[in-house]
Design a protein around this ligand. Structure first.
Ligand code: NAD
Length: 478
C-alpha cells in the first residue's frame, strides 16, 4: 500500500480528480489517499505560495503527489505552485508522453508517439537576472553535470523500462559550447552505457522543425529546460490531444503527477470536463510506484473507451464519436472496460512490478582547476572599441594584459569591424603575459586600477581550465 497525497485543485479539478480516483481504485490500485488543499483558496487567504506549511509536510512524508490543476489568481505577487514544488522537491525530470489517437481523435500526425523528457530545475530557469548597464540585462544559464547526468540517465532508464527504441538529444551546442556542450557530452557518455537503445543528437532548431513535421521518426527526446518547456507544448498540441496528456515530475525522493492542462474555470461544476489528462498522470504514477499491472489495466481500458467512441465534448466529433458523455459517465465507461483490451490501438504492456529505480547521483572527484585569465565587464558609453582598448590597457600589469574586447560576444578589438553594432556593455579579456601566471590578487589589483582610472567595471568572470581543458569559450570571431 502506498499513501499518496492528493490535491483536488480548482475549476474542473475536483471533478476530474474524483473521476480519476474512482477509476484507479476500481482497477485495484493499492493506495491510501491523504488530501491537502492547494491553489486559489489558499492564495486568496493570503498565502502567496498557494500552499500551507502543513501541506508541505504531508507531501514530503508521502513523497507521491497527484495534483489536479489549480487557478492562479490574476494580479501580481502570486508564486507559481508548480515551479516552487519542482524546485523545493528536486523534481528534476519532467516527462510528457505526446501520443496521437488516430483515427478516434483528430490529429495532424496519425502515428505520433513521442515522449519528451525535459530537465526541470536549471538552465535559464534559475531566474538569476541582472541589469548591468543602461542597455543590457542578462539572465544566467546554469547547466550542471549532476543535472545533465540525472536527466539523461532518466531518459535512458525510461526508454529501457517502456521498451522504447531510441533516445534523441536536442541542444544548441554549436553556439553554447560550454552549457549545451556539457549536456551533449553527458548524453554521449551515458548513451554508450545503453548499447541496446539507439541514440542521436540533433541541433534543436532543425530537430524541433523535424519533430513538428515528422514526429513519427522520434521516440524519446531529452533536452534542457527551456527547449523542453517550449517543445513539450508543441508536441502535445500537434498530437492533437492537449486534453488527453498527463505529465510526471520526478525527483530522487518525491514525484508529482498531473494533467498538462489548466483548471478550465468556465467548464467547472458542469460534469463536462475530460478526466483523461489527469488519468494519464495517474497511470504514470502507478507505473512509478511499481503498480504496473494496475496501470496497464487502466490504460488498456481507457484506450478501449476512446476507440469505442465514448467521448467528452472536447474530443467529440460527429461521424467519429459514438456517444457524448460527461466526466462521470466517461469514468464509468472506463471502469466498465477494465479487464478489456483495445482492438484498434495496440494494447499496452508495461514491465511488471518494477518501479523505475535510479541510483542517487554520486559526486565526482574535483578536477585540477587553474586560473588562466579573467573577463572584466565594463559599462562604457563610447562607440569606438579602439578608444576603450586604450583606456583598458592602462590596467595592464606585468602578469596580465588585455587580449581581446567583445561586445555582446563578438570580438570588436583587436581588428574589429566598424559595421558591428555595439552596446554599452563590453567584455575585456585579460590573459597572463608570457612566462607569468595569473593569481586572484591580480584580479583585485585590476579592479582597483580600474576604479582609480574611472572605468566602470560591472562584473568579472574568472577563466579556468579543468584538468587542462578550457572552461570558457573564445570570443566570436576570435
Ligand atoms: P486551460 O488548460 O484551463 O484551458 C484551455 C482550454 O482547454 C479551455 O477552453 C478549456 O475549457 C479547455 N480544457 C482544458 N482542460 C480540459 C478538460 N480536461 N476537458 C475539457 N476541456 C478542457 O488553460 P487556461 O484557460 O489558460 O487556464 C485556466 C487556469 O488554469 C489559469 O488560472 C491557469 O493559471 C491555470 N493553469 C493551471 C495549470 C496547473 O495547475 N498545472 C496549468 C495550466 C494553467
Amino acid at each position: 500500500m502506498t499513501t499518496i497525497t492528493v490535491a483536488k485543485g480548482d475549476g474542473i479539478g475536483p471533478e476530474i480528480m474524483d473521476a480519476t480516483l474512482k477509476i484507479i481504485l476500481a482497477a485495484g490500485a493499492d493506495i491510501a489517499i491523504e488530501e491537502i488543499e492547494v491553489g486559489e483558496k489558499v492564495y486568496l487567504a493570503g498565502n502567496t505560495a498557494g500552499i500551507a506549511k502543513e501541506s508541505w509536510e504531508v507531501i514530503r512524508r508521502n513523497k507521491i503527489f497527484l495534483k489536479a490543476p489549480i487557478t492562479t489568481p490574476q494580479g501580481g505577487g502570486y508564486k507559481s505552485l508548480n515551479v516552487t514544488t519542482r524546485k523545493f522537491l528536486g523534481l528534476y525530470s519532467n516527462v510528457r508522453p505526446c501520443t496521437s489517437f488516430h483515427p478516434f481523435v483528430k490529429t495532424k500526425h496519425p502515428v505520433m508517439d513521442v515522449v519528451i523528457v525535459r530537465e526541470n530545475e536549471e538552465d535559464l530557469y534559475a531566474g538569476i537576472e541582472h541589469q548591468q548597464t543602461d542597455e543590457v540585462v542578462q539572465c544566467l544559464k546554469l547547466i550542471s553535470r549532476p543535472g545533465c547526468e540525472k536527466i539523461v540517465r532518466y531518459a535512458f532508464e525510461y526508454a529501457k523500462q517502456y521498451g522504447r527504441k531510441k533516445v534523441t538529444c536536442f541542444t544548441k551546442d554549436n553556439i553554447m559550447k560550454q552549457t549545451d556542450g556539457l549536456f551533449h557530452a553527458v548524453f554521449d557518455e551515458i548513451a554508450a552505457q545503453y548499447p541496446d537503445i539507439e541514440n542521436e543528437h540533433w541541433i534543436i532548431d532543425i530537430g524541433a522543425a523535424k519533430m513538428a513535421d515528422t514526429p513519427e521518426i522520434f521516440d524519446v527526446i531529452v533536452m534542457p529546460n527551456l527547449y523542453g518547456d517550449v517543445l513539450s507544448d508543441v508536441a502535445a498540441q500537434i498530437a492533437g490531444s492537449v486534453g488527453l496528456a498527463g505529465s510526471a515530475n520526478i525527483g530522487e525522493e518525491c514525484a508529482m503527477f498531473e494533467a498538462i492542462h489548466g483548471s478550465a474555470p468556465r467548464r467547472a461544476g458542469q460534469n463536462l470536463a475530460n478526466p483523461s489528462g489527469l488519468l494519464q498522470g495517474a497511470v504514470m504514477m502507478l507505473n512509478h510506484i511499481g503498480q504496473t499491472e494496475v496501470a496497464e489495466k487502466i490504460q488498456n481500458a481507457w484506450l478501449k473507451t476512446i476507440e469505442d467512441g465514448v467521448h467528452t465534448y472536447d474530443i467529440f466529433k460527429d461521424g467519429v464519436s459514438k456517444q457524448k458523455v460527461g466526466t462521470k459517465e466517461f469514468a464509468d465507461a472506463v471502469i466498465a472496460n477494465l479487464g478489456h483490451k483495445p482492438a484498434t490501438f495496440k494494447p499496452v504492456s508495461y514491465a511488471k512490478g518494477a518501479a523505475l529505480n535510479l541510483p542517487k547521483y554520486q559526486k565526482k572527484p574535483a578536477a585540477q582547476k587553474q586560473l588562466v585569465g579573467v573577463d572584466v565587464f565594463v559599462h562604457w558609453t563610447g562607440t569606438n572599441p579602439d578608444e576603450l582598448a586604450e583606456q583598458i590597457k592602462l590596467l595592464d600589469m606585468p602578469e596580465a594584459a588585455l587580449t581581446m574586447i567583445t561586445n555582446r560576444g563578438i570580438k570588436v578589438w583587436p581588428e574589429g569591424f566598424s559595421e558591428t553594432f555595439c552596446t554599452d556593455h563590453w567584455r575585456c579579456r585579460f590573459k597572463p603575459t608570457e612566462g607569468h601566471t595569473i593569481q586572484k590578487q591580480h584580479i583585485v589589483q585590476l579592479l582597483m586600477e580600474a576604479m582609480d582610472n574611472n572605468i566602470d567595471t560591472i562584473k568579472t568572470e574568472n577563466l579556468y581550465t579543468f584538468d587542462g581543458k578550457a572552461g570558457f569559450s573564445l570570443g566570436q570571431g576570435q
